[in-house]
Design a protein around this ligand. Structure first.
Ligand SMILES: C=C(O[C@@H]1C=C(C(=O)O)C=C[C@H]1O)C(=O)O
Length: 288
């Protein structure tokens, strides 16, 4: 067939610091294919991937599963932790065991973490709370609820303020309960884009992977940006970024599969999910 038409590919970037290493050296203007970068909180990127107004995005792993028929995962990319994450935090007035039978406010910026909380509460802690969705404003949440869930930089900033709340790190609780790692974000591509612009997708995947590798070899520029834009100390951000895993290997995939299995058992996901990962020869298979 003829040449691929160079249409603009819309790519979503997570607004939170946790995704920075994969985006720090991702420079759309240096790529051959035309790219428009959209920076938003995860819940908005999720919606735009589902409605087709983005072709490629970092997004909530839970939202990938909801739209798995339309998506493929990009290889070797995720935001995961094998234990505490420091930025997925449930703040509560009372100890966790009591809070899980009260009222819980959920940030409207997340998909993975709100469902992770539901899994942990129902399956592990045997709680039965009432949930409501809220703007990510801790004070507002704690005025109205027994506990509040924040993610990303909202959680990080709240954790620095220490208002005497109990704090539960969901990455840590998941690890204690299952022994598994947890994948909060994945990078996905719409299948329609795999078919219509394979070269652009290849180039984008390469650019993400090389940004990740470059960031890994020297975190200093990213740490400095975080101190300047969010606050906190170099020491804090060094620990934060070194603790996050940006790969998507066997261990991360197993943890995510378990999360999807539990989500399906609780009726949070309609279908069982099989991870489908894009590769450079995906197109030949899609065409068959
Ligand atoms: C580690 C984090 O993971 C984020 C959590 C997400 C979610 O809960 O849906 C989505 C994307 C991730 O970047 C975080 O926000 O702190």
């Amino acid at each position: 067939m003829g040449m691929e038409v160079n249409r603009t590919t819309r790519v979503g970037k997570i607004k939170y610091t946790n995704a920075w290493p994969v985006f720090h050296y991702f420079h759309p203007e240096k790529l051959q294919n035309s790219i428009e970068l959209v920076t938003e909180v995860p819940s908005i990127l999720n919606r735009r991937m589902l409605d087709g107004s983005l072709e490629v995005s970092a997004m909530s792993s839970f939202a990938y599963a909801e739209g798995a028929d339309h998506f493929m995962l990009l290889p070797d990319l995720s935001v995961s932790t094998d234990g505490p994450v420091q930025s997925i935090l449930l703040f509560s007035h009372k100890p966790l065991e009591e809070a899980v039978n009260g009222t819980i406010a959920l940030t409207n910026t997340s998909a993975t973490s709100v469902n992770l909380l539901k899994i942990l509460v129902e399956k592990h802690l045997k709680g039965n709370p009432e949930y409501f969705t809220s703007e990510p404003d801790l004070e507002e949440m704690m005025n109205r609820a027994d506990a509040g869930l924040l993610i990303g930089d909202h959680a990080i900033k709240a954790s620095w303020e220490n208002r005497g709340y109990y704090v539960t790190d969901l990455g840590q609780l998941w690890k204690e309960w299952t022994g598994c790692s947890m994948t909060f974000a994945v990078w996905a591509v719409r299948r329609s884009a795999v078919a219509s612009r394979p070269k652009a997708i290849s180039e984008i995947v390469q650019a993400f992977r090389s940004s990740k590798e470059r960031s890994r070899s020297n975190l200093t520029p990213i740490i400095n940006n975080a101190v300047r834009e969010i606050g906190g100390t170099e020491h804090y951000w060094h620990r934060y970024f070194s603790n996050l895993c940006y790969d998507f290997g066997r261990r991360e995939q197993q943890g995510l599969e378990l999360y999807f299995k539990y989500a399906h058992e609780l009726g949070l996901l309609k279908h069982e999910i099989k991870l489908q990962i894009w590769s450079d020869n995906t197109l030949t298979r899609v065409k068959e």
